[in-house]
Design a protein around this ligand. Structure first.
Ligand code: SF4
Length: 251
């Protein structure tokens, strides 16, 4: 437990939440003085962002993990502010890092075709990634091609507040996790995408008490590598389309 001289800025909201829980337990055991003193000392943290504009301004110079040091551009995401679905990949690659946009290149073109097949488009959904900066195998060579790697768990956790805020602000009717890394991170599981796909999960939206249906499927890059996966990906897309409520459903 922090003492009276603990700097307030060092306690993040999650730590404060865990601390409050601990103190409630302490109160159950009769430690009321400890409970009330500490409750007064727990900082509230910065007010939450109410728009994507506000959120992106807040994180435009983010260096909350090492990926911030080697990126060229932060890739927050793109699409509708009232999306029919939120599609989440794992992280930007070489081209995305330069353009500042998600899913460009061949995997992006395939994603566009998949969306079109179920009556959606980049303009009617929102596309984002688990981490907003390019994870590189050799960050000292940021201009080298083929330098991509999956984000590490600590990088995904560091970036999580941005994604959680995007989900809260956009309030999509359905989330699609594109690929194993995104699905595992969102569902907090170690299972592979083959096991996870084909089902609908409930994703709790932070600070709202609400859940949104989540459908995991293969990453478009995996479909390019192994076209035999497309059959199952198509089943997933039909499942997802059925979860879009009529008022947001494509004609
Ligand atoms: S990946 Fe996310 S947490 Fe890490 S520096 Fe980029 S924006 Fe910040």
């Amino acid at each position: 437990m922090p003492g009276d001289h603990a700097p307030r800025s060092k306690i993040d909201p999650r730590t404060a939440g865990a601390l409050r829980e601990f103190l409630r337990t302490a109160e159950d055991f009769g430690e009321t003085e400890l409970y009330y003193r500490a409750r007064r000392d727990v900082p509230k943290g910065p007010p939450r962002a109410e728009s994507l504009e506000e959120l992106y301004a807040r994180y435009s110079g983010c260096l909350n993990c090492v990926l911030g040091k080697s990126r060229k551009k932060i890739v927050f995401g793109m699409g509708s502010l009232r999306p029919k679905g939120l599609f989440i990949g794992e992280g930007p690659g070489y081209e995305e890092d330069r353009k500042g946009l998600p899913f460009v290149g061949k995997a992006g073109e395939l994603l566009d075709r998949i969306l079109a097949a179920i009556g959606l488009s980049r303009e009617t959904v929102y596309i984002a990634n688990i981490v907003k900066c390019h994870p590189m195998r050799e960050p000292e060579h940021p201009d080298m091609r083929g330098n991509d790697r999956p984000p590490l768990p600590e990088e995904m956790e560091a970036c999580r507040p941005i994604l959680e805020a995007q989900i809260r602000i956009l309030a999509p009717p359905v989330i699609c996790a594109l690929g194993a890394t995104a699905a595992r991170s969102l569902l907090r599981t170690g299972d592979g995408i083959t096991r996870l796909r084909g089902k609908v999960y409930g994703y709790p939206i932070a600070d709202t008490g609400r859940t949104v249906p989540l459908v995991p499927t293969f990453h478009p890059a995996a479909l390019l590598r192994d076209p035999s996966l497309k059959k199952d990906a198509w089943k997933d897309m039909k499942l997802l389309r059925g979860l879009i409520p009529p008022e947001r459903n494509p004609a």
